[in-house]
Write a protein that binds this ligand. Sequence first.
Ligand SMILES: *Cc1c(COP(=O)(O)O)cnc(C)c1O
Length: 444
Amino acid sequence: MKYYSTNNSDLRVSFQDAVFHSLPQDKGLYMPENIPQLDPYFIRNIQQYSFQEIAFTIAKAVIGTDIPENDLKRIVYDAIDFDAPVKFLSPEAAVLELFHGPSFAFKDFGARFMSRIMGYFSKDGDQLLDVLVATSGDTGGAVALGFLGVEGTRVTILYPKGKVSKVQEDQLTKNGNNIRALEVNGSFDDCQALVKQAFNDPLLNKELRLTSANSINIARLLPQTFYYFWAYAQLRAQGMKEVVFAVPSGNFGNIGAGLLAYKMGLPVHHFVAGTNVNDTVPRFLETGEYDPRSSKQTISNAMDVGNPSNWVRILDMFGEDRESLKELLSSYAFDDEETKAGMQELYEEFKYVACPHTAIAYLAAKAYRKVHPGEYASVFLSTAHPCKFPEAIAEEIYKDVKFPKGAEDWAGKEKQVTELDVNYEDFRSYLLHLPRHRKFVEKL
Ligand SMILES: *Cc1c(COP(=O)(O)O)cnc(C)c1O
């Protein structure tokens, strides 16, 4: 399967090129040159398949022969080795829990899949693949744990000192092996600027094989379609036919994958994007004017995005036509007070402890049902385990958080981190002093 840039459909590259160069030169985003249509027989009988079987079927359709079937199967089965269960809170509302992976957030799906794809395409070279990533929390943990132990790869994570939660910091700094953490005396924007400068540095690019683990990478988007099909399979197994998905949205990658799944043939009645006060998309759907603003800080901070980077993909799938998009997608924004009330309501009515992002999806599902009552299941996506957000959740709710298996393991591990000032020369020198040759590194 070839991939084209949303800014120039004549520009076609291989899957491998799209993976290693997240961004086309023309600043568009890569999309598959034709969206594969899944076999209607497969969809009708989807409840007979396992999550991994479903994931593999989709991966084969959208990647094609670029990776031989047996290798692709190994990659998919290895990446998707944890569940995404649908749990009903009431007869008409269910939560799709996407936080059962190693970093307790849905970004594990994208990061684990991408790491194995990159490892696969780098298996023959002599040089290590150096993945650079700046994080404000969730992305870094998923990328660190996704790439941990993947042969031929090494990850350097930059995060702002004192600005990530305890669980997040553990996930960034306690891995060792092929993962390195740099604690930057600055902001997330400083971290991002350092990484960006490194990617544009000719000397570094000559000496190292640099790549980004950016959220717009096509290899992160594709595996996020898997769980929409798997959720549908679980609903079908319970005899439900119509589904509305509500998705807490920041960069709109998650819901973009849902819309891609729909385009592949998944029967979905409607999608609802919940946002925090960073409401560029709900305003666009309402007014037709795309007017991005600089991001505002909220308690659902993984969604603090003023100009969602995946939005162009969504417009592209709908031929830039807002009217046809609106038939399938609604969007509602909620402020921090509403988000807190949503967490409270989930806790009081259903004894369900949710992170703030998940609460926004819950509120969005409810808002849609209020205007469009009907016989369908509202499935809201839970994007992170609440244990990752102690500051955002009221104490009397947080005390009921059950830490997932694996969370306690971090306590016994040693933090390994290098401090870095916001100084590009220091960062560059750090990178240039890393061992180069993969054989040399593997012997260490
Ligand atoms: C990244 C993230 C989101 C936003 O997902 P997008 O794909 O950027 O829309 C929502 N919730 C959590 C917990 C996240 O980490």
